[in-house]
Design a protein around this ligand. Structure first.
Ligand code: MV4
Length: 599
């Protein structure tokens, strides 16, 4: 077995790997950026080494720094977690030539699955079909029209070297083909440096069902079960579950066997996930994720296996500890991702900050995989996943009820989280019936009335701006939850108090006093704005959607800000004419910077 493992990651996944190491009796080594000096993964690891720096590029993604720590601590294995170096073949090769095991797949398998074209060819070669489509690159819009006429509309134009939905265009009828092809090619060229596109049938209401696989270096490969990840927004998964609802046993077996064929076809070793689209009883290969995934605990919950421990055994050269026939699946598991984002109004604005209080649910069938404890800071520099709540119960209805119960027990104070959106999904009849699809959250779920779960650090989405109309900016208010007793019966009430009185009024909710000033004039500010459109956080402008002289409405998107790995619409805070646009795509901005003025 490996004798010492360095975890080249942070947050909840670093914590997860450290726990597996501890149970296996293997010393664990954490690395940390300056911002993470006191973070949970550092507190839990046996050893910890500073990388310096703030942004990932100058810390967790700095190969030279990680190689240096490997040398100093004497680790013989590196677990990359997900993200960061997990699918980086240069890094995998750099440590392997030094005799250090990469706890993940061989670089050749990562490369085969690294782009849509070679992964489709590999799957096809294994007899596993993708969505019906062409394999040749498109050279004219006529080919799109011809495909649509013979296979039926709508069709999807996809960037061959794209990913995450970028460079994908849906074409509903022939007249749209030329413009769609041009726009897909241009987005692909900009995003991925290559413009090649192909066409396939567009599935209008598919589910995202993925199959967990595992292979060892002795030629064994097995499938463990599927996860339905259809509840997602802008390619960010919100809720995952297994088994997939309304998913027949024979389809599961067929998908599992197809996934194993794909696994073997690319020479895969270690834990992997084969993604499929599932519609009308048929499944279609989409891509393979060559890493441990965020949602792996769902599979652990129904199989009783420890996937991280198994990864370490396989990377140590041991054969898989289970054969296909040993794997059984029981009950139903659901995972909810808890991100530091404010889902109010369906906007999902990043909400970094200090977690004043974190109290995790307990009781039967509940697991919490977190990266933070009370008092820890969620930094805007990294992924904003605070933790994952996983429940297991005998069947899906019981698991949904258990998850709602557990989310009600979860208490996070100081930052806004995605919990209200998660609850809205879990309580929705479409989700309960299993009738949702990958487009359901964005197209059908109404989050317009969603308020933050707890008093967010800035009290956003409370009834701020109510009673305005005098022309003067109303004083910002902060939500406080207070318990009152009336005739001996306890009631919990929420009060919104003016910021200036918060310190006095807030005794009962002292733990919830805001630590950050409320931003003024930002995207989430009051309905009547000053005309100065500002960004609420540091980030990079990725698109500018208005020009001087344009007439805009309140709430209209002025530009798109990328921050905390998310795209955020920065919207006009009043109706009027754009006087001045002060930024361009690619430009870095700081919190409060004015990006445009409206008069
Ligand atoms: C599709 C599709 C429907 N039909 N292909 C989006 C990202 C990329 N990985 C594949 N995607 C899709 N491809 C055809 N022919 C719908 C999607 C899709 C999607 C897929 C998986 C998870 C979430 C999604 C959200 C929107 C669209």
């Amino acid at each position: 077995m490996l004798s010492k493992i360095l975890i080249a990651n942070r947050g909840e996944i670093a914590v997860r790997v450290i726990r597996a190491c501890r149970e296996l009796g293997i010393p664990s080594v954490a690395v940390y950026s300056d911002l993470d000096r006191d973070s949970l993964h550092v507190r839990l690891a046996d050893e910890a080494y500073a990388l310096g720096g703030h942004a990932a590029g100058e810390s967790y993604l700095d190969t030279a720094k990680i190689l240096d720590v490997i040398e100093r601590c004497g680790a013989d294995g590196v677990h990359p977690g997900y993200g960061f170096f997990s699918e980086n073949t240069d890094f995998a090769r750099a440590i392997t030539v030094r005799g250090v095991a990469f706890i993940g797949p061989p670089p050749e398998a990562i490369e085969i699955m690294g782009d849509k074209v070679s992964s489709r060819i590999a799957a096809q070669g294994a007899g596993v079909a993708g969505v019906p489509g062409t394999t040749e690159f498109l050279t004219s819009a006529d080919q799109v029209v011809a495909f649509g006429e013979s296979h039926g509309w709508p069709v999807a134009i996809k960037a061959a070297y794209g990913g995450g939905g970028r460079g994908m265009r849906v074409v509903r009828e022939a007249v749209e083909a030329a413009a769609a092809l041009e726009s897909a090619e241009s987005e692909a060229l900009k995003g991925f440096g290559r413009s090649e596109c192909y066409v396939e049938r567009y599935l209008t209401w598919p589910r995202h069902v993925e199959m967990q696989v595992f292979a060892d270096t002795h030629g064994n490969a097995v499938w463990l079960g599927e996860r339905d990840c259809s509840a997602q927004r802008r390619h960010q998964k919100l809720i995952e579950e297994s088994p997939a609802p309304l998913f027949p046993d024979d389809t599961r077996r067929a998908m599992g066997e197809a996934a194993v064929l794909v696994t073997k076809a690319c020479g895969y070793v270690n834990a992997g996930t084969v993604e499929f689209l599932y519609q009308d009883g048929e499944f279609y290969f989409l891509e393979m994720n060559t890493r441990l995934q965020v949602e792996h605990p769902v599979t652990e919950a129904i199989t009783g296996l420890d996937l991280v421990a198994e990864q370490i055994r396989v990377a140590s050269g041991e054969p898989l500890s289970f054969a296909q026939n040993d794997i059984s699946r029981r009950g139903h598991a659901i995972e909810v991702r808890i991100n530091a984002e404010d889902p109010a109004g369906g906007r999902f604005l990043p909400s970094p900050g200090r977690i004043e209080e974190l109290r995790v649910p307990q009781g039967p069938g509940v697991r919490w995989d977190g990266g933070y404890e009370s008092g820890d800071e969620v930094s805007q520099y990294y992924d904003n996943l605070v933790g994952k709540l996983v429940v297991w119960a005998g069947d899906r209805d019981a698991a949904i009820a258990r998850m709602i119960r557990a989310l009600d027990e979860l208490r996070i104070v100081g930052i806004a989280t995605t919990v209200p959106a998660d609850l809205a999904i879990l309580r929705h009849p479409d989700f309960v019936a299993g009738e949702h699809s990958t487009k359901w959250v964005e197209e059908r779920l109404d989050l317009s009335a969603t308020a933050p779960a707890t008093a967010g650090a800035d009290g956003a989405a409370g009834p701020t701006g109510a009673g305005s109309g005098t022309g003067a900016e109303p004083e910002a208010k902060i939500r406080r939850d207070v318990d009152v007793e009336v005739d001996g019966r306890k009631f919990s009430v929420s009060v919104w108090v003016p910021e200036s009185q918060a310190a006095i009024a807030g005794d009962a909710a002292a733990g919830r006093v805001a630590t950050r000033r409320r931003r003024s004039g930002g995207a989430a500010a009051s309905a009547v704005g000053s005309g100065d459109v500002t960004v609420p956080m540091q980030g990079t402008i990725v698109r500018v959607l208005v020009a001087a002289g344009d007439v805009v409405d309140v709430g209209q998107t002025v530009c798109v800000l990328e921050a905390m790995k998310m795209e955020n619409n920065i919207t006009a805070d009043m109706a009027g004419t754009v006087k001045d646009v002060k930024v361009e795509a690619g430009q870095s901005v700081g919190s409060g910077d004015v990006v445009a003025t409206i008069e």
